[in-house]
Design a protein around this ligand. Structure first.
Ligand SMILES: [Zn+2]
Length: 337
């Protein structure tokens, strides 16, 4: 078990899952608001076991082929390509690779990494060099240990937010701290940054990291009234946080995202008590606890799509509002102009 990694392949049961659960829900035209392309070896050491079965080099053609597992036959117009270099090493290479992959795909754009130690001028240089559609900070670059306890300004300092504002760029924020949006420090910093820098857009990834829906549901009211807050739902496998967002902000602020390659692993993120955890096929045999001894996991990205479907049903979204979530909202924010 310690050396096991989630499998990365399509099974007949996944195709059946899509046809049964999702074929009538996923629109014809989609834009992926959150995906990672680059070298597998560039992921952080702590993620290496997790990504061991993903492609050694995830490029645009590979990604497009693998998206057929999640959205077969759909017109994937493009996506926002984030680097794999999220630990603060080889940032320049990661930025360049993400930009190059996006450039070879007519509908796609890319993001550049924000390191808390970089100067405003270095960030401006990266923006001028790569012409990104977004900025990507990550907690692994924070000086605090453990990095998962970091306050937002410890990995997204104010001078970098000011640069985002200068260029009118979105920031793709994977919040940390135990209770994510329910944490008063996170609420305060989002409000402060969004109010002081109104041309910057704050995109709270993973439904505001609402892997435990209670955290997003408990904190969402603190953001109401902010015009520059958005959400992607990447890898969020439960409906609750999606529902909280749709109820508080309506269907114009939520965007579907895959978080490829994590989307194509076999598993699910599940809330328990006041936290959450990831279950993967390599660690858990579902049979003994299931009504079906042969029960298997499906792909994370398919679970995520089903959660989104239930949220859209619960909130009564029309077909055109569902199309906004899958396409229009993200193209407005990230698409090529
Ligand atoms: Zn991601």
């Amino acid at each position: 078990m310690p050396d096991a990694s989630p499998s990365f392949q399509l099974a007949d049961a996944d195709v059946e899952f899509f046809n049964r659960e999702l074929a009538s829900f996923v629109p014809d035209r989609v834009f992926d608001s959150h995906l990672h392309l680059g070298r597998r070896s560039d992921y952080a050491p702590m993620h290496q076991k997790l990504v061991a079965n993903t492609p050694e080099v995830a490029d645009m053609p590979t990604y497009r082929a693998h998206m057929e597992w999640l959205a077969p036959g759909r017109r994937l117009v493009g996506g926002l390509v984030l680097p794999t270099t999220l630990a603060g090493e080889r940032m320049d290479e990661g930025n360049a690779r993400a930009a190059e992959e996006a450039r070879r795909d007519a509908g796609s754009t890319s993001a550049v990494i924000v390191h808390p130690d970089m100067t405003a001028d270095k960030l401006r240089l990266d923006i001028e060099t790569h012409k990104p559609a977004a900025l990507k900070p990550y907690h692994l670059m924070s000086a605090r240990r453990p990095t998962g306890d970091s306050h937002m300004n410890e990995f997204l300092p104010e001078h970098t937010v000011a640069v985002a504002d200068e260029y009118g760029l979105p920031v793709v924020m994977h919040m940390v701290r135990a209770r994510a949006l329910a944490d008063p420090s996170n609420q305060q910093m989002i409000r402060d940054y969004c109010t002081k820098y109104p041309k910057m857009k704050m995109v709270l990834a993973h439904c505001a990291r609402g892997f435990n829906p209670s955290h997003t549901a408990d904190g969402i009211e603190s953001l109401v009234g902010l015009e520059n807050v958005y959400f992607d739902n990447s890898c969020n496998c439960e409906a609750g946080a999606h529902i909280a967002i749709l109820r508080a902000f309506g269907p114009d602020r939520l965007m579907w995202g895959s978080d490829y390659p994590f989307s194509n692993m076999r598993g699910k993120c599940v809330a328990f008590n006041d936290s959450f955890t990831w279950f993967y096929d390599c660690d858990h045999d579902l049979g003994p606890y299931s009504i079906d001894a042969n029960q298997k996991f499906t792909l994370v990205g398919l679970e995520c799509l089903r959660a989104l479907k239930f949220a859209c049903m619960a909130c009564g979204l029309s077909n055109s509002q569902v199309e906004d979530v899958f396409y229009n909202n993200a193209v407005r924010l990230y698409g090529r102009s």
